[in-house]
Design a binder for this molecule. Structure first.
Ligand SMILES: Cc1cc2nc3c(=O)[nH]c(=O)nc-3n(C[C@H](O)[C@H](O)[C@H](O)COP(=O)(O)O)c2cc1C
Length: 165
């Protein structure tokens, strides 16, 4: 199964999780950076406002074509209980994702709010079929027992549109 991990990370937590997952699963990594001119202060004001309203940031990539992959993993920091505008920009620019497996994860300090569910819904709106999600709190970034839950979700067999009840 070919897997790609698409993630946004400013201070390194989401990136550390993404790199661990890539080592464990052999997935490719795509780091997404915003071209919105944030300062440290405006990230906490404008960035939070954009996260709350679900606004996508402009990002470096014009598009993120996942045609060559079976599974698309998307990771975001939590901003005010939401996925970041940066990852919203990445989700908007996904190409050829319809019908593929998806996995969502978010990292946060303490309170993730509805961020994992919101990210899951956005991925499903793009046509991915999300087979699981995980919240990683700050203290769990190096907790491999916890992160291996995400590895197990990524490695879970996937039969496309066929649902077994
Ligand atoms: C603007 C902003 C808003 C944040 N809001 C939350 C929040 O609502 N809940 C929380 O637990 N952590 C919050 N955090 C902390 C980050 O989610 C957490 O540190 C995350 O792991 C950072 O990921 P990164 O190191 O990959 O950038 C916020 C951080 C920033 C910069």
């Amino acid at each position: 199964m070919r897997t790609v991990i698409i993630y946004h990370s400013d201070s390194g937590h989401t990136g550390a999780v993404a790199e661990y997952l890539a080592r464990q699963t052999g997935a490719d990594l795509v780091r997404v950076r915003s071209t919105f001119p944030y300062t440290t202060l405006s990230r906490s004001v404008t960035g939070v406002r954009r996260a709350l309203s679900g606004t996508p940031d402009p990002i470096e990539q014009r598009e993120i074509d996942v045609a060559g992959y079976d599974c698309v993993v998307v990771g975001s920091p939590v901003w005010a209980g939401h996925p970041t505008p940066v990852i919203n920009g990445a989700v908007d620019r996904l190409r050829n994702c319809k019908g593929k497996a998806g996995v969502a994860f978010v990292t946060c300090c303490l309170v993730s709010g509805g961020a994992a569910g919101i990210l899951t819904q956005r991925l499903e709106n793009r046509g991915l079929q999300v087979k699981g999600s995980l919240v990683v709190h700050g203290s769990q970034v190096g907790d491999y027992t916890h992160l291996n839950r995400l590895v197990a979700i990524i490695n879970r067999p996937w039969y496309g549109d066929i649902r077994v009840y």
